[in-house]
Design a protein around this ligand. Sequence first.
Ligand code: SF4
Length: 328
Amino acid sequence: MGIKWLRIELTNACNFNCAYCAEQYMTRKKGFMDMSLAKKIINEISETHISDVLGLQFMGEGLLHPKFDEIASYAKDRGVKLHLTTNAGLLTDKNIDSILDHELKSVYLSLFTPDEHSYSLRGGANKNYEDYERGVKNLIREKFKRKSGIKISIGLLNTQYCFLPGIDAVKNNDKARRLVYSWFSPINEDISITFVEVGTWANQLLVKRGVKVTPNEKGFCPSPFEQLFIAWDGTCTPCCLDYDCNIKVGDANRDSIASIWNNDRYKRIREGMNNNLLIEPYCQTCRGKINLFSFLRRSDIWKLLRMGFSREKLQYICARGWRRFKLI
Ligand code: SF4
């Protein structure tokens, strides 16, 4: 069975400090993937075709890796297609050259905050919004100039239903879509725009903020059937939300990707899910029941009710980090 989402983390360090990211709670040591490990993984994919594409994506910002160009070149030489997810804050001329020269298959730009106001959420202290936007436009302009077939997907953060003060990115999808498309019209099918919402990282961010989450042992999730994420130090997890690699399913320094993918721990997780059982505590919290009232004061609740929110909206707000942003 091939792996649908095989991803490596070139580094868990980041040039941004986004207000909504789990990075602020990550306890893993910061580091960069060794060239030898990156080559080992690329070699195996090249030889076995265990995955159609290798993603450069997990925590951190891959373009920070000092050998990004070398890794992309190595993958191209071995016929391994790459997908890059980037926060778009390091789209320098050199990095744009690396992306296009080495014919990456696709790039996901976590643009998220398409104006000066919302860009302040990113903590991009060393780059102003104008330069940030220019990097995105330059990549797209170069793509057209070089007639590159790279697919570019642009993610925008929809905060329409996120009522946290200060967490304000895109309120009107159509308006935001028109704005971003205006940067590179005419519209081209190689470029798409998607909308994402602020997440809870498998409910871990709620737990960190004092919300009571009752673990749930029943459930199913497709991730262990589709995903293998390899952190910069070789630690493997089956889940894109497992930012601290709690579900350690292997070590890519020691074992092949194929043997990790088919090892006992992976199998037990999948067998459990096939029987509607979540055997990993991390998964049990992810699918746990959120006790909205475990941390709200009575006065908080009245304030929210006066704002006219339904229970679902309350849960939504709660899930998006009530405490951290001091709503009340
Ligand atoms: S924590 Fe477990 S249940 Fe949640 S998304 Fe990850 S693999 Fe799926």
